[in-house]
Design a protein around this ligand. Structure first.
Ligand code: PLP
Length: 425
């Protein structure tokens, strides 16, 4: 049993971050400036992106990306219910409609076969497509047409890459944009390419990263939009800072640098140099942190693989797993306790744990707005009921890892049905 509580997540911060921050403090330039530009350049190089726009969250990144592709009120965006609030709320910012499609039971990423079917039905605007719309919309306006399908918004769940070849093929066929929610996927590769550089000509796309405190690279709060299209990148850059055109600066440079032009009512989403400084330090040790997480994940899987009460996460993606989360699934029929009790038992053994995710369609807002039932996305709902995320971060010591393994094994031994039926009377 541990002496101290093991938090579910902790950032890996140290001397590098301290030095970078000191430079910013000493320079007197706190907001967007040279550190942010340097972080954009180095991040773009790291993931092989043509353009990188630093912002203050992944939520902001996705909002700007959807704005740049021209999302309008009433438009449809196919996305996953198995995600965090941000993924669908950014669609609602436009009064556009998130069309949820269920996930693959193994990877918890969008089920590509279903995406293909839904995109075909909605993309052709055939009346039969209506059955894929949120139930409340499908029934209350039976003879009204529905909006235009504009984009796919997949999530690389836990850092396991989506099948991008298949998703971009669907997008190309139906003239859709792809906005990748890569909040978990800094460190992920797909077919040898880092997430962030999706090279699919003809499909407008943006890859959005999160640098929230728990993510695989942190700036406290922060995000990045990676794009290959220059016009989309320019639009994101301009809208990230009040819709102020930088070109105006260049054009009117003779009038001095006080001059600017507002070309649209933009947002205040810029990254500060304080945040970028932390990001630069984190970039320098990203590979070391990833390798440590991968090592811990392998240790977990080795320890849990043989236990029939547990299902370990998939770890042979078509590429490299970033291991943002270790997604353990309980085989509930083999246990006498449920997921919530399992987490309580972990807590009693001083191990922090979490759940990723409560599917969006069972939250009050989406349930009431769109008339969803939990069973509308049976995989997302079923997996949610048996999912536990274990601590997985580079600051964990070998003893921390052992204590997690010990606690999980102990709980399974105590509450496994096999253990009970075979125990001597
Ligand atoms: C963390 C997270 C986000 C939001 O990131 P922020 O930087 O906090 O805006 C979006 N999507 C997923 C899947 C996440 O886990």
């Amino acid at each position: 049993m541990r002496e101290t509580f093991l938090p579910f997540a902790l950032p890996d911060l140290g001397e590098r971050e301290r030095q970078q921050l000191q430079e910013v403090l000493d320079s007197g330039w706190l907001t967007t400036g040279p550190k942010t530009r340097q972080f954009e350049r180095e991040f773009a190089a790291h993931v092989g992106a043509v353009h990188a726009v630093a912002v203050n969250s992944c939520t902001a990144a996705m909002h700007l990306a959807l704005e740049a592709i021209g999302l309008q009120s009433g438009d449809l965006v196919i996305t996953t219910p198995y995600t965090f609030a941000a993924t669908a709320e950014v669609i609602r910012y436009f009064d556009a409609i998130p069309v949820f499609v269920d996930v693959d039971p193994e990877t918890l990423n969008l089920d590509v076969r279903q995406v293909r079917e839904v995109a075909a039905a909605l993309g052709n605007r055939s009346p039969s497509g209506r059955r894929f719309l949120p139930p409340a919309l499908g029934t209350t306006a039976p003879d009204r047409g529905f909006g235009t399908l504009k984009a796919l918004l997949p999530v690389h769940m836990a850092g396991y890459p989506c099948d991008l070849d298949a998703l971009y093929a669907v997008a190309a066929q139906h003239h859709l944009a792809v906005i990748e929610d890569a909040a978990h996927a800094f460190g992920t590769t797909y077919k040898g390419r880092p997430i962030g550089c999706s090279p699919y000509p003809g499909v407008p796309s943006a890859v959005c990263f999160s640098f929230y405190a728990t993510k695989t690279l942190t700036t406290g709060e922060g995000g990045m939009i990676c794009l290959s299209d220059e016009a989309l990148a320019d639009r994101c850059r301009i809208m990230a800072l009040h819709g102020i055109s930088k070109d105006a600066w260049k054009r009117y440079s003779a009038e001095g640098n006080w001059y600017y032009e507002i070309i649209a009512p933009g947002y205040k989403y810029n990254m500060t140099d304080l945040a970028a400084a932390i990001g630069l330090a984190q970039l320098g040790k990203a590979e070391r942190m990833r390798q440590r997480r991968a090592h811990i994940a392998r240790e977990y899987t080795r320890a849990f693989r043989e236990l029939p009460e547990l299902q370990t996460p998939p770890d042979k993606p078509d590429g490299q797993h970033a291991w943002h989360l270790y997604v353990l699934r309980l085989c509930l029929e083999r246990l006498t306790i449920d997921r919530d009790q399992f987490i309580q038992e972990l807590k009693q053994r001083k191990i922090g744990a979490s759940v990723h995710f409560i599917p969006l369609h069972i939250h009050p807002y989406y349930r009431e707005k769109y008339g969803y039932q939990p069973e509308d996305f049976p995989v997302a709902y079923g997996e949610y009921l048996r999912e536990i995320s274990l601590p997985l971060y580079s600051k964990m010591t070998d003893a921390d890892v052992e204590s997690v393994i010990g606690a999980v094994r102990d709980i399974v031994a105590r509450y496994g049905r096999a253990a009970i039926s075979s125990a001597p009377a």
